[in-house]
Design a protein around this ligand. Structure first.
Ligand code: GDP
Length: 297
């Protein structure tokens, strides 16, 4: 089928974790994403101009890499889950220390639980004079989140996105959680993965940001994503650099698709253009039937 054959355990190589940041509105998701982005040692060196492509990867001083989905809130997460795509290894739950657990905090916990994704608690805004980090941890108990300081197994880190406190501790926590998950993928096979976001660019045509789950995506590959397909014409990273290929967990922009696939749509590399056409035509037909427009076509 489309999923291809299972990978030989010997072919598996460690891959960076893919992390989503969730939490209640105004608790600091965007601020934390911005702060974490600046922990990247590579872009620091290059003085890199970065563009928003829906996900970014940082390299820590230790050499460890972490991929962050740069879509605050859980809309992308929910969209992916609805399509059965598994694009998140670890979820960071941001809870503001002055506000504690709020409705979207609880929603986020439920989403992560349903997806079986481990949580790391980031108690944010600890710079505020009315911060009550201990209250946050106690309140979380009511939602079955037991942090390590309370005898549980969930990691919690106190941070301030604004004052840049606790960022190293947070990336350490992510690294530790990633080690526990033993994340690995076979890089030496045809790629598959998930679409993070897409757009129709006036100059460049359809542009899709994708994350490779397994394998390595190469320029010239024939890709099917939802009802779209195309030959990969260019692969670009978030610094705007042209790449010849992209391996597991690296977010990249891809040019060459014949349309903009929906976020959360899985993609696969296929052998021939004929096969790509066959799959997408079948999907387009199916969509029409589902939406009851088959007669109009
Ligand atoms: P989001 O809605 O969860 O993405 O939250 P934002 O990142 O937009 O932050 C909401 C507000 O909280 C903004 O005014 C931020 O400046 C502020 N904020 C975020 N992090 C901190 C922090 O660590 N300390 C303080 N004092 N304010 C913060």
């Amino acid at each position: 089928g489309l999923e291809g054959e299972a990978d030989d355990p010997a072919s598996m190589k460690p891959r960076p974790p893919i992390v989503t940041i969730m939490g209640h509105v105004d608790h600091g998701k965007t601020s934390l994403l911005d702060a974490l982005r600046s922990t990247d040692v590579v872009s620091g060196e290059a003085g890199g101009i970065t563009q928003h492509i829906g996900a970014y990867q940082v390299q820590l001083k230790s050499g460890q890499k972490i991929t962050f989905l740069d879509t605050p809130g859980h809309s992308a997460f929910t969209a992916m889950r609805a399509r059965g795509a598994n694009a998140t290894d670890i979820a960071i739950l941001v809870v503001a220390a002055d506000d504690s657990v709020m409705p979207q905090t609880i929603e986020s916990i439920n989403h992560a639980k349903a997806a079986g994704v481990p949580l790391i608690i980031a108690v944010n805004k600890i710079d505020l004079h009315d911060a009550q980090p201990e209250k946050v941890l106690t309140d979380l108990l009511q939602h079955d989140i037991q942090v390590e300081s309370m005898g549980g197994s969930t990691q919690a880190v106190q941070v301030s996105a604004k004052s840049r406190i606790g960022l190293d501790e947070l990336t350490d926590a992510i690294t530790l959680q990633a080690e526990l998950l033993e994340l690995a993928a076979n890089p030496d096979r045809a790629a598959d993965g998930v679409v993070i976001e897409s757009q129709l660019d006036k100059g460049r045509g359809p542009v899709a940001t994708i994350l490779v789950n397994r394998g390595t995506l190469k320029r010239g590959d024939i890709v099917v994503a939802g009802a779209q397909w195309g030959k990969v014409r260019a692969i670009t990273d978030e610094r705007g650099q042209q790449l010849a290929d992209a391996g597991p967990s690296l977010p990249v922009e891809v040019l060459g698709l014949d349309g903009a696939p929906d976020p959360g749509e899985p993609f696969v590399v296929v052998d021939t253009e004929a096969r790509a056409r066959e799959i997408t035509e079948y999907r387009v037909r199916n969509k029409r039937q589902v939406s009851g427009k088959a007669g109009a076509a």
